[in-house]
Write a protein that binds this ligand. Sequence first.
Ligand code: GAR
Length: 208
Amino acid sequence: MATPKRLVVLVSGSGTNLQALLDAVAADPTGYGAEVVAVGADREGVEGLARAERAGLPTFVVKVKDFATREQWDRALTEATAAHEPDLVVSAGFMKIVGKEFLARFGGRFVNTHPALLPSFPGAHGVRDALAYGVKVTGCTVHFVDEGVDSGPIIAQGVVEVRDEDYADGGAALHERIKEVERKLLVEVVGRLARHGYRIEGRKVSIP
Ligand code: GAR
C-alpha cells in the first residue's frame, strides 16, 4: 500500500468539510490514500480548529491583521503550511484569497471547495448570490486554485435543486443541502486525487 498523501486543510469556520475528510481517513486509514497532517486557519476560536484539536492534529493560525502587508501574511501562511510538508492543500471554507507566494509553492496542488456551480457565483457569497439571481439549480464545485477568485480548473461539481422555501431564510437551508453534497464530493475527489494522481492540461483536469 502506498504511503498516504499528506493533506494540510485550511479553514475559517465550522469545519464540517474538514470533519468529513477526518472521518473518511478514520474509516479507512490505509485505503483512503491521504491523511490530514495539520489544520490551519486565518482566525482563532473557530470550530474547525476545535475539530482538529479533538483529532489530535497540529494547528496553526495566521491572521491578516497581525501583518503590515498582505504579502507578509501570505509569506507567513506559506511557511506555516510548508512546515507540514503537504502533498495537497485543501481550502475547506477558508475565506481568504491567498497570494503569489502561496500559489508559487502550492499551485497545482491547492484544492478549494465552493458552494456554487462555478463559473457562476464566485466569491464569498456563492449561495446568497445564486438565490438572488433566481437560479433553479445550484450546487458545489471542487477546483484547483489559481490566481483569480474561484477561477481555477474544475475537478468535480455536484448539483442541488433550489426550492421555493429557500427564499424564506436567506439561503441557510439551501447552504446546508449544498454542504451535504459538498462533503461527499470533497471526500471522493481528494481520495481519488491522492490514490490515482492527476493531470491538469489547460482547464481540463483528468484523474486516471
Ligand atoms: C462550505 O460550503 C464552502 O464551500 C464555503 O464555506 C463552507 C464551509 O463549511 N466556502 C466558501 O464560500 C468559499 N468561498 P464548513 O466550514 O462547515 O466546512
